[in-house]
Design a binder for this molecule. Sequence first.
Ligand code: ASP
Length: 329
Amino acid sequence: MSGLSTEWAASTPVTTAPFPRHLVSADRLTRAHVETLFEQAEALRHAPRAETAQRWRGAVMGSLFYEPSTRTRMSFEAAALRLGLHVVGAENAREHSSAKKGERLSDTLRVVSSYVDLLVVRHHEDDALEAAAACSRVPVVSAGTGSGEHPTQALLDVYTLQREFGHVDGLRVSLFGDLRYGRTVHSLVRLLTKFRGVEVCMLAPAGLELPETLVREVRAAGITLWAADSLTEALADADVVYQTRVQAERLPADQRPTAGPVRIGPAELAQLPAHARILHPLPRVDELDPAIDTDPRAAYFRQVENGLFLRMAVLDRMLTETFGEGGMV
Ligand code: ASP
């Protein structure tokens, strides 16, 4: 696995646009923000643990999850602890917070933001978080919103591409699976518009194609994007296969696709170039055969590990925006 190339690190531009106050959409980030986060993730990965554990000692992260989560919640919480923060929150906020009593999200964020220095929130509605974040006294980081967006997943996906290939510009990415309800691909295509010459090929079951408004949006932002005619086309020229599961919990029973996503196993792998990589935001269901896990092109568990450092970098950036480079005083 390659690290950041010296050439890439040396050409990292200085961030000029301010970092967004709240991180709720991948679209708000500039390329310079993204590259600064990657650089910091790399630095935090290699920094002595005892040093990073002092970095934000005494700060508090609030964590509110209104939907189930394994990786996102635990990696955010682990990232916080590794940076010296304390964590408070609810891992099942729909049941174990005042949402159960009918409290609106904006009120909960207003209240909880009086106790903490930043908030990580996952919510089941596509659009509720953006408006509610305006009521928060501290920065809010989205940990995924309905079938809307999942910006830190996209950041860790692209960070993985940067580490695996040494660059993101010019990559050809084939998106597989549920592109309609899968929020990670929505943030991913938005984030890929920040890079040059990226091409996106799509292979989705009927009814689960990328929403037309998003297709228009990312094309207008400069991405070449098309629907593949065949599995062979989607595999043969791909640098990256980004596989996703069907978001069964979001689909009304009568809208279940008759055909599931293509399952990637040894036969599909045989059609994939030797230099290509397979990513998946996980959890997988049936769409990735565990038999391919040991192939060096299977990057999804490295992707998970990258998520920890990328999320450390996000928390570090947001806290630096609040307290300054000197840390907490
Ligand atoms: N873990 C990702 C998400 O929360 C992907 C998925 O659930 O399919 O969106």
